[in-house]
Write a protein that binds this ligand. Structure first.
Ligand SMILES: Nc1nc2c(c(=O)[nH]1)N[C@H]1C(S)=C(S)[C@@H](COP(=O)(O)O)O[C@H]1N2
Ligand SMILES: [Mo]
Length: 384
């Protein structure tokens, strides 16, 4: 009888749940859902972020990306549930238990949105947001682990310490969430780490990254192949009148063009203002004279695994280059030397590195990533 009365006294209120140690089932469920979805977000996030893990999970990256975004959006919604919960007078919760996940959760969600909505925000925001997205996630993970250890050990913080009990009114909750969001915007726009590196003589060791520097180099074969320019050959064949094999000096003698573009990998990182130099596909086509029935251009890499394909009109777009130099320097092996495709209007996976064969064809070819679920037409979403 007594038990029933006590339960009723605190029914539906946070104070009641805590006082009687009885959280309603849905609230408990939500708490565990948030924790497990965060773990799932970390696992899928790591798969997308860490090149070594990335390389192993290649066939699943597309699905992992979709799962990551969906889980992230639901995670964002669960962060907002305290807005809906009634906090009556006398409620008791520990401040850091709320403050920390809210600040960092908000930062993670917001940077995630900046990364995901590639078309809506400037490229420089996207690249910074990508870094902050990982850092805030690692920090929240560390906190989550500490939190879990303390909770399982049954630790109760002293009443007057930094973990003292507080009264998280809805207003306070919104303030914390707002601080997280505002902090993220400041971090993303101002990029204090870059400023610190400039200001502190000892800060960071390496010189600050130039805006167009690539941080990530991808390969699907576990290595970066290299070739001697003296023995390098570019085969241009398929349905053409005059198939040919070009030596490096022939390629260098062809008319070259330059492009200043942003580069976006579908997994979230971007590089702003990349300066490419190379040749147009039209220049190659003029050499070999494709037959009228040609509809596609296929590209092959001497890494032995990667392939890509564009429709003839996509390939002849004036921004598409077979690039031999990046920011005024010849490509390095990691960057795809000596020749890589650059398709600025599409996601990075179209930009195949280490190209040694260009084939004009009337049949479509399923490229490396296309065989693993990525769309063949990889146009970036149009900027609004
Ligand atoms: N041969 C080859 N080309 C490739 C890749 C690869 O793994 N192998 N990765 C692609 C992807 S997914 C991207 S985002 C860009 C990355 O270019 P980077 O390695 O120069 O940063 O190269 C593309 N071209
Ligand atoms: Mo990519």
């Amino acid at each position: 009888m007594c038990l029933v009365l006590e339960q009723r006294e605190g029914e539906g209120t946070v104070s009641g749940w805590l006082k009687h140690g009885k959280w309603p089932t849905w609230m408990k469920g939500l708490h565990y859902y948030t924790i497990f979805s965060f773990i799932a977000l970390m696992v899928t996030g790591l798969a997308l972020d860490v090149p070594v893990v990335h390389a192993v999970l290649i066939p699943y990256l597309r699905i992992l990306y979709d799962v990551h975004v969906t889980l992230g959006l639901v995670f964002a919604a669960t962060l907002l549930t305290p807005v809906l919960v009634r906090f009556p007078a006398g409620k008791v919760l520990r401040s850091w238990d709320w403050l920390f996940p809210l600040l960092f959760g908000a930062a993670i969600v917001l940077t995630g949105i900046l990364v995901w909505q590639v078309a809506l925000f400037p490229t420089s925001w996207r690249s910074r947001a990508f870094h902050w997205h990982s850092w805030t996630s690692y920090i929240l993970t560390a906190w989550l682990l500490i939190h879990a250890v303390y909770k399982t050990a049954g630790y109760r913080p002293p009443a007057d310490g930094p973990n003292a009990r507080v009264d998280p009114s809805r207003r306070m909750f919104l303030k914390w969430l707002g601080t997280g969001l505002a902090g993220t915007v400041v971090l993303t726009v101002v990029d204090p780490v870059a400023i610190l590196r400039k200001v502190l003589p000892c800060g960071g060791g390496e010189a600050p990254a130039a805006p167009s520097q690539f941080d990530y180099f991808y390969t699907v074969t576990g290595g970066y192949p290299s070739v001697d320019l003296a023995t390098y050959r570019l085969k241009v064949d398929g349905l053409v009148t005059r198939p040919t094999t070009l030596r490096w000096k022939h390629i260098m003698a062809l008319k070259s063009s330059e492009e200043l573009t942003d580069f976006h990998c579908v997994t979230g990182w971007s590089v702003a203002n990349v300066h490419w130099k190379g040749l147009h596909l039209k220049t190659l086509a003029d050499l070999v004279q494709p037959l009228p029935q040609v509809k596609y251009v296929h590209f092959y890499s001497f890494d032995g695994a990667y392939t890509e394909s564009l429709s003839l009109s996509e390939a002849f777009d004036s921004t598409v280059l077979l690039a031999e130099s990046l920011d005024g320097k010849p490509l390095t092996a990691k960057e795809g030397a000596p020749l890589r495709l650059v398709v600025p209007k599409m996601y990075g996976y179209k930009s195949i590195k280490w190209v040694n064969r260009v084939e004009f064809s009337n049949k479509p070819l399923t490229g490396y990533w296309e065989a693993r679920g990525y769309p063949g037409e990889a146009y970036l979403p149009a900027r609004l």
